[in-house]
Design a protein around this ligand. Structure first.
Ligand code: 5AD
Ligand code: SF4
Length: 468
Protein backbone atom coordinates (compact mmCIF):
# COMPACT_ATOMS: atom_id res chain seq x y z
CA UNK A 1 0.00 0.00 0.00
CA UNK A 2 1.21 3.50 -0.82
CA UNK A 3 1.27 5.96 2.04
CA UNK A 4 0.77 9.65 1.28
CA UNK A 5 3.72 11.80 0.43
CA UNK A 6 5.41 13.60 3.32
CA UNK A 7 2.78 16.14 4.53
CA UNK A 8 3.63 19.74 5.36
CA UNK A 9 3.98 19.72 9.12
CA UNK A 10 4.58 22.36 11.71
CA UNK A 11 8.14 22.25 13.08
CA UNK A 12 6.81 20.93 16.40
CA UNK A 13 5.00 17.94 14.90
CA UNK A 14 7.03 14.82 15.72
CA UNK A 15 8.13 12.61 12.80
CA UNK A 16 6.65 9.16 13.24
CA UNK A 17 6.54 6.00 11.18
CA UNK A 18 3.46 3.94 10.38
CA UNK A 19 3.23 0.36 9.12
CA UNK A 20 -0.14 -0.96 7.95
CA UNK A 21 -0.70 -4.68 7.34
CA UNK A 22 -3.79 -5.25 5.17
CA UNK A 23 -5.69 -8.51 4.82
CA UNK A 24 -8.89 -9.13 2.90
CA UNK A 25 -10.98 -7.30 0.37
CA UNK A 26 -10.50 -4.14 -1.71
CA UNK A 27 -12.54 -2.27 0.87
CA UNK A 28 -9.82 -3.03 3.42
CA UNK A 29 -7.11 -1.85 1.01
CA UNK A 30 -9.05 1.39 0.61
CA UNK A 31 -9.60 1.72 4.38
CA UNK A 32 -5.89 1.21 5.06
CA UNK A 33 -5.12 4.09 2.72
CA UNK A 34 -7.66 6.27 4.48
CA UNK A 35 -6.26 5.43 7.93
CA UNK A 36 -2.83 6.50 6.68
CA UNK A 37 -4.43 9.73 5.36
CA UNK A 38 -6.02 10.49 8.76
CA UNK A 39 -2.72 9.91 10.53
CA UNK A 40 -0.57 11.94 8.12
CA UNK A 41 -1.25 15.29 9.87
CA UNK A 42 0.06 13.71 13.08
CA UNK A 43 3.43 13.25 11.39
CA UNK A 44 3.05 9.60 10.34
CA UNK A 45 4.79 8.52 7.14
CA UNK A 46 5.51 5.06 5.77
CA UNK A 47 7.81 2.78 7.76
CA UNK A 48 9.97 0.16 6.05
CA UNK A 49 8.43 -2.56 8.20
CA UNK A 50 6.99 -3.18 11.68
CA UNK A 51 10.40 -3.06 13.40
CA UNK A 52 10.84 0.49 12.14
CA UNK A 53 7.29 1.65 13.02
CA UNK A 54 6.06 3.82 15.88
CA UNK A 55 2.58 2.56 15.08
CA UNK A 56 1.49 -0.72 13.48
CA UNK A 57 -2.07 -1.24 12.26
CA UNK A 58 -3.27 -4.75 11.50
CA UNK A 59 -6.31 -4.31 9.23
CA UNK A 60 -8.16 -7.62 9.42
CA UNK A 61 -10.71 -9.64 7.47
CA UNK A 62 -13.34 -11.94 8.95
CA UNK A 63 -14.97 -13.36 5.87
CA UNK A 64 -13.49 -16.83 6.00
CA UNK A 65 -12.43 -19.51 8.45
CA UNK A 66 -9.88 -19.14 11.23
CA UNK A 67 -9.74 -15.36 10.83
CA UNK A 68 -9.40 -14.76 14.56
CA UNK A 69 -6.67 -17.39 15.00
CA UNK A 70 -4.69 -15.83 12.16
CA UNK A 71 -4.98 -12.45 13.88
CA UNK A 72 -3.75 -13.80 17.22
CA UNK A 73 -0.79 -15.50 15.62
CA UNK A 74 0.19 -12.28 13.77
CA UNK A 75 -0.29 -10.32 17.01
CA UNK A 76 2.11 -12.72 18.74
CA UNK A 77 4.74 -11.84 16.14
CA UNK A 78 4.08 -8.10 16.51
CA UNK A 79 4.24 -8.37 20.30
CA UNK A 80 7.86 -9.60 20.05
CA UNK A 81 8.73 -6.63 17.84
CA UNK A 82 7.03 -4.26 20.26
CA UNK A 83 9.02 -5.76 23.15
CA UNK A 84 12.32 -5.52 21.27
CA UNK A 85 11.60 -1.87 20.46
CA UNK A 86 10.65 -1.21 24.11
CA UNK A 87 13.98 -2.69 25.22
CA UNK A 88 15.65 -0.14 22.92
CA UNK A 89 13.61 2.66 24.54
CA UNK A 90 11.12 3.06 21.66
CA UNK A 91 7.36 2.89 22.16
CA UNK A 92 5.01 1.26 19.64
CA UNK A 93 1.28 1.70 19.30
CA UNK A 94 -0.33 -1.54 18.13
CA UNK A 95 -3.79 -1.22 16.59
CA UNK A 96 -6.17 -3.89 15.30
CA UNK A 97 -8.69 -2.62 12.75
CA UNK A 98 -11.23 -4.13 10.36
CA UNK A 99 -13.84 -6.82 10.70
CA UNK A 100 -12.13 -9.10 13.22
CA UNK A 101 -11.67 -6.05 15.48
CA UNK A 102 -15.38 -5.31 15.09
CA UNK A 103 -16.49 -8.87 15.81
CA UNK A 104 -13.97 -9.91 18.45
CA UNK A 105 -12.94 -6.63 20.13
CA UNK A 106 -13.43 -7.90 23.68
CA UNK A 107 -11.57 -11.14 23.00
CA UNK A 108 -8.66 -9.26 21.48
CA UNK A 109 -8.17 -7.05 24.51
CA UNK A 110 -8.52 -10.05 26.82
CA UNK A 111 -6.15 -12.35 24.94
CA UNK A 112 -3.72 -9.72 23.69
CA UNK A 113 -3.57 -6.99 26.36
CA UNK A 114 -0.49 -5.49 24.64
CA UNK A 115 -2.81 -4.23 21.86
CA UNK A 116 -3.35 -0.48 22.37
CA UNK A 117 -6.23 0.27 19.99
CA UNK A 118 -9.11 -1.83 18.68
CA UNK A 119 -11.21 -0.06 16.08
CA UNK A 120 -14.10 -1.17 13.92
CA UNK A 121 -14.43 -0.18 10.25
CA UNK A 122 -16.77 2.72 11.04
CA UNK A 123 -14.51 4.61 13.40
CA UNK A 124 -11.34 5.29 11.40
CA UNK A 125 -11.93 9.04 11.46
CA UNK A 126 -11.44 8.92 15.23
CA UNK A 127 -7.96 7.40 14.95
CA UNK A 128 -6.00 10.57 15.82
CA UNK A 129 -8.02 10.97 19.02
CA UNK A 130 -7.53 7.27 19.80
CA UNK A 131 -3.79 7.58 19.26
CA UNK A 132 -3.67 10.50 21.69
CA UNK A 133 -5.72 8.49 24.19
CA UNK A 134 -3.47 5.45 23.72
CA UNK A 135 -0.47 7.58 24.69
CA UNK A 136 -2.25 8.55 27.90
CA UNK A 137 -4.24 5.39 28.62
CA UNK A 138 -3.30 2.61 30.93
CA UNK A 139 -5.47 0.10 29.06
CA UNK A 140 -6.57 -0.43 25.45
CA UNK A 141 -8.79 2.01 23.57
CA UNK A 142 -11.77 0.35 21.89
CA UNK A 143 -14.04 1.96 19.29
CA UNK A 144 -16.41 -0.38 17.51
CA UNK A 145 -19.63 1.66 17.12
CA UNK A 146 -21.54 1.91 13.86
CA UNK A 147 -21.94 5.65 13.08
CA UNK A 148 -21.40 5.23 9.33
CA UNK A 149 -22.49 8.68 8.15
CA UNK A 150 -20.08 10.19 10.63
CA UNK A 151 -17.22 8.20 9.22
CA UNK A 152 -17.98 9.44 5.72
CA UNK A 153 -18.36 13.01 7.00
CA UNK A 154 -15.12 13.13 8.93
CA UNK A 155 -12.60 11.31 6.82
CA UNK A 156 -10.28 13.65 4.96
CA UNK A 157 -10.24 13.36 1.19
CA UNK A 158 -8.17 10.50 -0.15
CA UNK A 159 -4.52 11.49 -0.63
CA UNK A 160 -4.01 9.46 -3.80
CA UNK A 161 -0.40 9.03 -4.70
CA UNK A 162 0.12 11.31 -7.71
CA UNK A 163 0.27 9.24 -10.85
CA UNK A 164 -2.07 6.43 -9.64
CA UNK A 165 -3.89 5.58 -12.87
CA UNK A 166 -6.53 3.40 -11.27
CA UNK A 167 -8.13 4.08 -7.91
CA UNK A 168 -10.81 2.75 -5.59
CA UNK A 169 -13.52 4.97 -4.22
CA UNK A 170 -15.86 3.82 -1.44
CA UNK A 171 -19.43 4.98 -2.03
CA UNK A 172 -21.36 2.61 0.19
CA UNK A 173 -20.73 0.48 3.25
CA UNK A 174 -22.47 -2.28 5.09
CA UNK A 175 -25.12 -4.80 4.16
CA UNK A 176 -28.70 -5.55 5.24
CA UNK A 177 -29.07 -8.78 3.30
CA UNK A 178 -28.12 -11.27 6.01
CA UNK A 179 -27.12 -14.15 3.80
CA UNK A 180 -27.08 -17.25 6.01
CA UNK A 181 -23.31 -17.77 5.79
CA UNK A 182 -21.99 -14.22 5.95
CA UNK A 183 -20.52 -12.10 8.76
CA UNK A 184 -20.58 -8.79 6.89
CA UNK A 185 -23.94 -7.51 8.22
CA UNK A 186 -22.63 -8.09 11.74
CA UNK A 187 -19.16 -6.60 11.24
CA UNK A 188 -19.85 -3.78 8.79
CA UNK A 189 -23.34 -2.86 9.96
CA UNK A 190 -26.37 -1.67 8.01
CA UNK A 191 -26.25 -0.29 4.47
CA UNK A 192 -25.21 3.35 4.34
CA UNK A 193 -24.41 5.51 1.32
CA UNK A 194 -22.15 8.49 0.99
CA UNK A 195 -23.64 11.73 -0.38
CA UNK A 196 -23.03 12.15 -4.12
CA UNK A 197 -21.36 15.56 -3.68
CA UNK A 198 -18.64 14.06 -1.52
CA UNK A 199 -18.14 11.11 -3.93
CA UNK A 200 -17.91 13.50 -6.87
CA UNK A 201 -15.44 15.78 -5.06
CA UNK A 202 -13.18 12.84 -4.24
CA UNK A 203 -13.45 11.50 -7.79
CA UNK A 204 -12.45 14.90 -9.26
CA UNK A 205 -9.43 14.99 -6.97
CA UNK A 206 -8.38 11.48 -7.93
CA UNK A 207 -8.71 12.33 -11.62
CA UNK A 208 -6.80 15.59 -11.13
CA UNK A 209 -4.04 13.44 -9.57
CA UNK A 210 -3.93 11.28 -12.68
CA UNK A 211 -6.55 8.54 -12.20
CA UNK A 212 -8.13 7.38 -15.48
CA UNK A 213 -10.15 4.51 -14.04
CA UNK A 214 -12.22 4.48 -10.85
CA UNK A 215 -13.72 1.42 -9.19
CA UNK A 216 -16.64 2.29 -6.92
CA UNK A 217 -16.60 0.14 -3.81
CA UNK A 218 -19.21 -1.08 -1.39
CA UNK A 219 -20.05 -4.35 0.36
CA UNK A 220 -23.30 -4.11 -1.53
CA UNK A 221 -22.45 -1.28 -3.89
CA UNK A 222 -25.53 -1.47 -6.11
CA UNK A 223 -27.70 -0.90 -3.03
CA UNK A 224 -26.26 2.64 -3.16
CA UNK A 225 -28.93 5.23 -2.42
CA UNK A 226 -27.31 8.49 -1.42
CA UNK A 227 -28.27 12.14 -1.33
CA UNK A 228 -27.86 13.58 -4.82
CA UNK A 229 -26.42 16.99 -5.63
CA UNK A 230 -30.01 18.08 -6.33
CA UNK A 231 -31.08 17.01 -2.83
CA UNK A 232 -32.92 13.97 -4.20
CA UNK A 233 -32.19 10.33 -3.67
CA UNK A 234 -29.72 8.97 -6.26
CA UNK A 235 -29.24 5.32 -7.06
CA UNK A 236 -25.94 3.94 -8.30
CA UNK A 237 -26.81 4.50 -11.97
CA UNK A 238 -27.46 8.21 -11.38
CA UNK A 239 -24.14 8.48 -9.52
CA UNK A 240 -22.33 6.66 -12.35
CA UNK A 241 -23.86 9.00 -14.94
CA UNK A 242 -22.63 12.03 -12.96
CA UNK A 243 -19.14 10.55 -12.51
CA UNK A 244 -18.93 9.75 -16.23
CA UNK A 245 -19.14 13.52 -16.92
CA UNK A 246 -15.78 14.18 -15.22
CA UNK A 247 -13.31 15.14 -17.95
CA UNK A 248 -10.32 12.80 -18.06
CA UNK A 249 -12.13 9.92 -16.37
CA UNK A 250 -12.30 7.23 -19.03
CA UNK A 251 -13.28 4.07 -17.18
CA UNK A 252 -15.71 3.26 -14.38
CA UNK A 253 -16.38 -0.01 -12.58
CA UNK A 254 -18.22 -1.02 -9.41
CA UNK A 255 -18.03 -3.94 -7.02
CA UNK A 256 -19.54 -5.94 -5.23
CA UNK A 257 -23.16 -6.21 -6.25
CA UNK A 258 -26.19 -8.25 -5.21
CA UNK A 259 -28.52 -9.56 -7.96
CA UNK A 260 -31.56 -8.23 -6.07
CA UNK A 261 -30.29 -4.65 -6.31
CA UNK A 262 -29.73 -4.53 -10.10
CA UNK A 263 -32.27 -1.75 -10.75
CA UNK A 264 -33.57 -1.02 -14.26
CA UNK A 265 -31.61 2.23 -14.53
CA UNK A 266 -28.36 0.47 -13.63
CA UNK A 267 -28.99 -2.24 -16.22
CA UNK A 268 -29.67 0.48 -18.79
CA UNK A 269 -26.48 2.33 -17.80
CA UNK A 270 -24.47 -0.68 -18.98
CA UNK A 271 -25.78 0.08 -22.46
CA UNK A 272 -25.60 3.85 -22.57
CA UNK A 273 -22.67 4.99 -20.40
CA UNK A 274 -19.56 4.37 -22.51
CA UNK A 275 -17.20 4.82 -19.52
CA UNK A 276 -18.93 1.98 -17.66
CA UNK A 277 -16.79 -1.05 -18.49
CA UNK A 278 -18.43 -4.23 -19.83
CA UNK A 279 -17.39 -6.37 -16.88
CA UNK A 280 -19.58 -7.12 -13.88
CA UNK A 281 -18.82 -9.04 -10.69
CA UNK A 282 -22.24 -10.32 -9.67
CA UNK A 283 -22.07 -13.09 -7.05
CA UNK A 284 -24.70 -15.82 -7.36
CA UNK A 285 -23.22 -18.24 -4.74
CA UNK A 286 -25.22 -21.30 -5.91
CA UNK A 287 -27.31 -22.52 -8.83
CA UNK A 288 -29.75 -24.52 -6.70
CA UNK A 289 -33.00 -22.84 -5.68
CA UNK A 290 -33.17 -24.95 -2.54
CA UNK A 291 -29.72 -23.80 -1.44
CA UNK A 292 -30.33 -20.20 -2.56
CA UNK A 293 -33.41 -20.19 -0.29
CA UNK A 294 -31.38 -21.70 2.58
CA UNK A 295 -28.79 -19.00 1.97
CA UNK A 296 -31.51 -16.32 2.25
CA UNK A 297 -30.40 -14.92 -1.13
CA UNK A 298 -33.96 -13.94 -2.11
CA UNK A 299 -33.48 -14.85 -5.77
CA UNK A 300 -33.65 -18.06 -7.77
CA UNK A 301 -31.22 -19.42 -10.33
CA UNK A 302 -33.65 -18.45 -13.11
CA UNK A 303 -33.94 -14.90 -11.69
CA UNK A 304 -30.17 -14.70 -12.14
CA UNK A 305 -30.33 -16.12 -15.70
CA UNK A 306 -33.03 -13.59 -16.65
CA UNK A 307 -31.05 -10.76 -15.12
CA UNK A 308 -27.98 -11.68 -17.15
CA UNK A 309 -30.15 -11.87 -20.31
CA UNK A 310 -31.41 -8.34 -19.64
CA UNK A 311 -27.90 -7.02 -19.01
CA UNK A 312 -26.62 -8.65 -22.19
CA UNK A 313 -29.53 -7.18 -24.15
CA UNK A 314 -28.14 -3.75 -23.21
CA UNK A 315 -24.46 -4.69 -23.46
CA UNK A 316 -23.95 -7.83 -25.59
CA UNK A 317 -20.24 -8.11 -24.83
CA UNK A 318 -20.72 -7.94 -21.03
CA UNK A 319 -18.25 -10.29 -19.32
CA UNK A 320 -19.25 -11.77 -15.98
CA UNK A 321 -17.59 -12.74 -12.78
CA UNK A 322 -19.13 -14.34 -9.71
CA UNK A 323 -18.60 -15.88 -6.27
CA UNK A 324 -19.60 -19.47 -5.50
CA UNK A 325 -19.84 -21.26 -2.18
CA UNK A 326 -19.50 -25.03 -2.26
CA UNK A 327 -20.89 -27.23 0.50
CA UNK A 328 -23.32 -24.87 2.25
CA UNK A 329 -25.24 -26.95 4.85
CA UNK A 330 -27.81 -29.08 3.07
CA UNK A 331 -26.08 -29.02 -0.34
CA UNK A 332 -26.58 -32.39 -2.07
CA UNK A 333 -25.05 -33.77 -5.27
CA UNK A 334 -28.25 -32.66 -7.05
CA UNK A 335 -27.85 -29.09 -5.77
CA UNK A 336 -24.23 -29.07 -6.85
CA UNK A 337 -25.21 -30.29 -10.33
CA UNK A 338 -27.61 -27.32 -10.55
CA UNK A 339 -24.71 -24.96 -9.78
CA UNK A 340 -22.62 -26.57 -12.53
CA UNK A 341 -25.58 -26.15 -14.92
CA UNK A 342 -25.88 -22.47 -14.11
CA UNK A 343 -22.17 -21.97 -14.79
CA UNK A 344 -22.54 -23.75 -18.15
CA UNK A 345 -25.56 -21.58 -19.02
CA UNK A 346 -24.00 -18.22 -18.14
CA UNK A 347 -20.34 -18.66 -19.11
CA UNK A 348 -18.06 -16.70 -16.77
CA UNK A 349 -14.97 -14.75 -17.77
CA UNK A 350 -13.62 -15.40 -14.29
CA UNK A 351 -14.95 -16.28 -10.84
CA UNK A 352 -14.06 -16.91 -7.22
CA UNK A 353 -15.10 -20.09 -5.42
CA UNK A 354 -14.90 -21.03 -1.79
CA UNK A 355 -15.57 -24.03 0.38
CA UNK A 356 -18.27 -23.15 2.88
CA UNK A 357 -16.86 -22.50 6.33
CA UNK A 358 -19.06 -21.85 9.36
CA UNK A 359 -18.79 -18.33 10.74
CA UNK A 360 -19.81 -18.21 14.42
CA UNK A 361 -23.01 -16.27 14.99
CA UNK A 362 -24.34 -16.66 11.44
CA UNK A 363 -27.57 -18.65 10.84
CA UNK A 364 -25.86 -21.32 8.71
CA UNK A 365 -23.36 -22.15 11.46
CA UNK A 366 -24.82 -25.13 13.24
CA UNK A 367 -27.47 -25.78 10.54
CA UNK A 368 -28.12 -29.46 9.76
CA UNK A 369 -26.82 -31.19 6.64
CA UNK A 370 -23.10 -30.49 7.10
CA UNK A 371 -21.26 -31.56 3.94
CA UNK A 372 -18.18 -33.72 4.64
CA UNK A 373 -14.86 -31.98 3.87
CA UNK A 374 -13.83 -34.63 1.33
CA UNK A 375 -17.09 -34.12 -0.58
CA UNK A 376 -16.59 -30.34 -0.53
CA UNK A 377 -13.05 -30.80 -1.87
CA UNK A 378 -14.25 -32.98 -4.75
CA UNK A 379 -17.05 -30.59 -5.71
CA UNK A 380 -14.80 -27.55 -5.46
CA UNK A 381 -12.17 -29.17 -7.70
CA UNK A 382 -14.84 -30.02 -10.30
CA UNK A 383 -16.32 -26.53 -10.20
CA UNK A 384 -12.95 -24.80 -10.40
CA UNK A 385 -11.94 -26.93 -13.38
CA UNK A 386 -15.07 -25.78 -15.23
CA UNK A 387 -14.52 -22.13 -14.29
CA UNK A 388 -10.87 -22.34 -15.35
CA UNK A 389 -11.91 -23.81 -18.72
CA UNK A 390 -14.40 -20.96 -19.18
CA UNK A 391 -11.78 -18.35 -18.30
CA UNK A 392 -9.25 -19.90 -20.69
CA UNK A 393 -11.89 -20.05 -23.44
CA UNK A 394 -13.00 -16.47 -22.81
CA UNK A 395 -9.41 -15.27 -23.16
CA UNK A 396 -8.76 -17.48 -26.21
CA UNK A 397 -11.76 -15.95 -28.00
CA UNK A 398 -9.94 -12.62 -27.85
CA UNK A 399 -7.13 -13.87 -30.12
CA UNK A 400 -6.85 -11.74 -33.25
CA UNK A 401 -9.25 -9.10 -31.89
CA UNK A 402 -8.41 -5.43 -31.44
CA UNK A 403 -9.03 -4.45 -27.81
CA UNK A 404 -8.58 -1.14 -25.99
CA UNK A 405 -6.06 -1.36 -23.18
CA UNK A 406 -5.61 1.16 -20.39
CA UNK A 407 -1.83 1.23 -19.97
CA UNK A 408 -1.18 1.13 -16.22
CA UNK A 409 2.44 0.06 -15.66
CA UNK A 410 5.81 -0.91 -17.14
CA UNK A 411 6.11 -4.63 -17.83
CA UNK A 412 8.79 -6.91 -16.41
CA UNK A 413 10.94 -6.77 -19.56
CA UNK A 414 12.43 -3.47 -20.73
CA UNK A 415 10.20 -1.99 -23.44
CA UNK A 416 7.18 -3.95 -22.23
CA UNK A 417 3.98 -2.31 -20.97
CA UNK A 418 1.10 -3.72 -18.95
CA UNK A 419 -2.51 -2.75 -18.63
CA UNK A 420 -6.03 -4.04 -18.49
CA UNK A 421 -8.73 -4.66 -21.02
CA UNK A 422 -12.32 -3.45 -20.62
CA UNK A 423 -13.02 -7.01 -19.36
CA UNK A 424 -10.34 -6.64 -16.66
CA UNK A 425 -7.91 -9.02 -18.36
CA UNK A 426 -4.20 -8.36 -17.84
CA UNK A 427 -2.58 -7.44 -21.18
CA UNK A 428 1.13 -7.14 -22.01
CA UNK A 429 2.63 -5.64 -25.13
CA UNK A 430 5.74 -3.79 -26.30
CA UNK A 431 5.52 -0.02 -26.51
CA UNK A 432 6.95 3.29 -25.27
CA UNK A 433 6.52 4.45 -21.66
CA UNK A 434 4.88 7.62 -22.98
CA UNK A 435 1.72 5.53 -23.42
CA UNK A 436 1.29 5.16 -19.62
CA UNK A 437 -2.18 6.36 -18.70
CA UNK A 438 -3.44 6.19 -22.29
CA UNK A 439 -6.13 3.94 -23.68
CA UNK A 440 -4.69 2.40 -26.84
CA UNK A 441 -5.99 -0.25 -29.23
CA UNK A 442 -3.87 -3.42 -29.38
CA UNK A 443 -4.21 -6.65 -31.34
CA UNK A 444 -4.29 -9.78 -29.19
CA UNK A 445 -1.64 -12.28 -30.32
CA UNK A 446 -1.52 -14.96 -27.58
CA UNK A 447 -3.69 -15.83 -24.62
CA UNK A 448 -3.47 -17.97 -21.49
CA UNK A 449 -5.80 -18.54 -18.54
CA UNK A 450 -4.51 -15.49 -16.71
CA UNK A 451 -3.33 -12.97 -19.26
CA UNK A 452 -3.19 -11.80 -22.87
CA UNK A 453 -0.22 -10.82 -25.04
CA UNK A 454 -0.74 -8.18 -27.69
CA UNK A 455 0.91 -5.90 -30.23
CA UNK A 456 0.34 -2.19 -30.80
CA UNK A 457 -1.59 -1.65 -34.00
CA UNK A 458 -0.05 1.71 -34.75
CA UNK A 459 3.61 2.68 -34.97
CA UNK A 460 4.36 5.18 -32.23
CA UNK A 461 5.55 8.57 -33.46
CA UNK A 462 9.09 9.78 -32.68
CA UNK A 463 7.64 12.02 -30.00
CA UNK A 464 5.92 9.06 -28.30
CA UNK A 465 9.14 7.08 -28.43
CA UNK A 466 11.01 9.80 -26.51
CA UNK A 467 11.86 8.67 -22.97
CA UNK A 468 9.14 9.60 -20.47
N1 5AD B 1 -17.82 -19.55 3.73
C1 5AD B 1 -17.32 -19.54 2.48
N2 5AD B 1 -17.34 -18.47 1.67
C2 5AD B 1 -17.89 -17.34 2.16
N3 5AD B 1 -18.05 -16.13 1.60
C3 5AD B 1 -18.64 -15.32 2.50
N4 5AD B 1 -18.85 -15.99 3.65
C4 5AD B 1 -18.40 -17.25 3.45
C5 5AD B 1 -18.37 -18.43 4.26
N5 5AD B 1 -18.85 -18.44 5.49
C6 5AD B 1 -17.70 -15.81 0.23
C7 5AD B 1 -18.97 -15.44 -0.59
C8 5AD B 1 -18.82 -13.96 -0.76
C9 5AD B 1 -17.32 -13.81 -0.81
C10 5AD B 1 -16.80 -12.43 -0.59
O1 5AD B 1 -16.84 -14.68 0.19
O2 5AD B 1 -18.93 -16.10 -1.84
O3 5AD B 1 -19.48 -13.46 -1.94
FE1 SF4 C 1 -22.66 -10.98 2.88
FE2 SF4 C 1 -22.90 -10.11 0.34
FE3 SF4 C 1 -24.89 -11.53 1.50
FE4 SF4 C 1 -24.36 -9.00 2.29
S1 SF4 C 1 -25.11 -9.67 0.23
S2 SF4 C 1 -24.79 -10.76 3.61
S3 SF4 C 1 -22.14 -8.93 2.10
S4 SF4 C 1 -22.81 -12.25 1.01
Amino acid sequence: MKLPAEPRLSPVTPRRRLHVITWGCQMNVYDSGRMADVLAPLGYTAADGPADADMVILNTCHIREKAAEKVFSELGRLRLIKEERAAAGKSTILAVAGCVAQAEGAEITARAPYVDIVLGPQTYHRLPEMVARAHRAAGPVIETDFPVEQKFDFLPEQQAAPGALTAFLTVQEGCDKFCSFCVVPYTRGAEASRPAASVLAEARRLVANGARELTLLGQNVNAYHGEGTDGRDWGLARLIRALAEIPGLVRLRYTTSHPRDMEDDLIAAHGDVPALMPFLHLPVQSGSDRILAAMNRKHTADDYRRLIDRLRAHRPDLALSSDFIIGHPGETAVDFAATMRLIEDIGFAQAYSFKYSARPGTPAAGAPGVVPEGEKDNRLAELQALLRDQQTAFNAECTGRVIDVLVTHAGRRPGQLGGRSPYLQAIHFDGPMTLLGEVVPVKITHTSTNSLSAALIFTPSKQELAPA
